[in-house]
Design a protein around this ligand. Sequence first.
Ligand SMILES: [Zn+2]
Length: 258
Amino acid sequence: MPYLDSHCHLNDEKLIEDLDGVIQRAKEAGLKAVLVIGYDIDSSKKAIEIAHAFEGVYAAVGIHPENFEGLSFEALELIEEMAKDEKVVAIGEIGLDYHWYKEIEHRAKQKEWFIKQIDMANRLGLPCSIHARECLGDMFEILKAHPIKANAVLHCYSGSKEMLREFAKLGYYFGFDGPITYKNAVEPRECVKACPLDRILVETDSPYLAPVPFRGKTNEPKNIPHIVDKVAEIKETSVEEITKNVWNNFCTLFHVKP
Ligand SMILES: [Zn+2]
């Protein structure tokens, strides 16, 4: 099975300048599907443009929890219009970030934006790509109270393996990235081990989180095989077994038939 990248930001200024090169290198590395994720209005627009310019490239649109300041909820009407584009396969990235935001008020607003975007995804019948950082208790409560009908992936999963099992019971998917290749990342590797094969996705989150041996450099989708190798090693199975499951999971979750 081919490789794929289920979460990256080719719409980021670090990658957008050399898009042809980035896509070419991804193809040479064996990738056949790439999902470009928006995080505000402008990046969502760009994600759609990029998706239309390349075969096998898809888009997600949404407002990230760090990016709603200065916006009114009318912004979501724009996002909803964009989400009707044929290349848009998900709402995202949306969610909660408690790492950078400690104030109760900001967190309450994050929840409000998140729930509104879940409602939007449910109106459109789209799955979600979820950003969840240091917030998994609240995330779990919200997803229980506001289920995402077309399902979701917890992108760059960074919780415990116990929480992973709880989210897996609700049917969610988990995205794993470069950090599983980092020397000190014991917990992310335990999570890979605990993650059912029919719930696992791989992603670069490029331009961030480059895997070893590129740690610290600008990340690109072409680096996905390094993450897949590590997943196969942790799960003590073949690369083929991982790519097959990841491919099926991606097509099932995002309703994509590449
Ligand atoms: Zn991201």
